[in-house]
Design a protein. Structure first.
Ligand SMILES: NC(=O)c1ccc[n+]([C@@H]2O[C@H](COP(=O)([O-])OP(=O)(O)OC[C@H]3O[C@@H](n4cnc5c(N)ncnc54)[C@H](O)[C@@H]3O)[C@@H](O)[C@H]2O)c1
Length: 317
């Protein structure tokens, strides 16, 4: 086989998604997991998901679902997964000791040019690979869940990441159809979770102060802000909502600064407010209906992807 090899360490929710994305771009994917049953489950699910994407017309790349599936193989030998790979994506649980142990093990086998990327949701790259020989080849590539429908990948280098690693990883992400955003330096929570948590913090405070209920906050996002955020961000929104960003500031700066000065402050993520949010959510979506609701969500994510693809194709004509 002459194609470039990608190693995937961990075959849970995120590892199996990465394997599909790389397989669609015709890479030779080798996936390892400490648990053989997880690997078998991952392969069965990848096959089902690829067939479903093919049925919906949402497969990426030019290969059929079966051809993409045949690009993925599994191994129960850690070293086999890493050896010969030009890029390794670590997808083990969010535990710093576990991740450090996995990186140390990969360090011993990876080539000097290989890139070792972690899927971590929040751990700083400088803490994940401080002591390995190849720490200059390490980067965080944090996907969004579900990666197939939410293509953002945050790329976070550490202070000692080689200068070629960021552009190479960015190019790789673009090649497989993901949307990379590069952070110039590391910060807790990266960008996506910082923004997500700032929305949650404000919603939390508004609920706590009796201004709105959980359903109200969720509707403000799903029927209001989220409609635009599905295809454009807050700054472009502002730019379009006036005659450009400068005019937006001329018109609204005083009002915005006034509201910003009253934004809710940090609170404990627990106690009576959590109880209120939990109770309201479980009345609306009982825990026994979560799976059905996830399917409801995924149908909409698939339809949104189809819509964006159709309009992008029309715009390109
Ligand atoms: N789930 C999400 O929404 C999401 C989104 C973005 C990033 N992430 C990050 O991705 C990473 C993986 O998350 P996940 O949701 O796929 O977790 P998961 O629990 O679904 O899967 C983890 C897998 O790692 C395997 N594993 C455990 N120890 C191992 C080892 N030593 N070597 C090899 N495999 C091992 C487990 O058997 C399991 O299959 C985490 O760092 C998480 O924070 C998760």
């Amino acid at each position: 086989m002459n194609r470039e090899k990608i190693g995937i360490i961990g075959s849970g929710l995120i590892g199996r998604s990465w394997s599909m994305l790389f397989a669609a771009a015709d890479f030779d994917v080798e996936m390892y997991d400490i648990d053989e049953k997880q690997l078998q489950g991952a392969m069965a699910e990848v096959r089902t998901q690829l067939a479903e994407l093919e049925r919906l017309g949402l497969l990426r790349g030019k290969l059929s679902a079966e051809q993409q599936f045949s690009n993925i193989r599994t191994t129960s030998e850690f070293e086999d997964c890493v050896r010969g790979a030009f890029y390794v994506q670590e997808c083990v649980p969010e535990n710093i000791e576990l991740k450090n142990a996995v990186h140390t093990r990969a360090d011993a086998v990876m080539s000097d040019t290989c890139i070792l990327a972690s899927s971590t949701s929040a751990l700083l790259p400088s803490r994940l690979a401080a002591d390995i020989k190849h720490k200059n080849r390490f980067i965080v590539a944090h996907p969004t869940n579900p990666p197939f429908y939410a293509p953002l990948v945050e790329l976070v280098p550490s202070p000692w990441t080689d200068s070629d690693v960021v552009p190479s990883t960015k190019a790789l992400m673009e090649k497989i159809g993901q949307v990379p955003v590069v952070l110039k330096k590391e910060i807790e929570g990266f960008v996506l979770n910082r923004i997500q948590y700032s929305i949650m913090r404000e919603g939390w405070g508004l609920i706590k102060d009796g201004i709105v209920d959980v359903d109200g906050i969720d509707k403000v996002m799903s029927a209001g802000l989220g409609r635009r955020y599905a295809f454009m961000g807050p700054f472009e929104t502002a730019h379009l909502n006036a005659d450009g960003m400068k005019n937006y500031a001329d018109r609204y700066a005083t009002m915005i600064e006034g509201v910003m000065s009253t934004l809710k402050s940090n609170d404990r993520f627990g106690g009576p407010v959590l109880e209120q949010i939990r109770t309201e959510l479980e009345a609306r979506i009982p825990l026994c209906d979560l799976q059905e609701r996830r399917q409801w969500r995924d149908r909409r994510l698939a339809a949104l992807t189809q819509l964006n693809q159709r309009i992008d194709a029309e715009d390109a004509k």
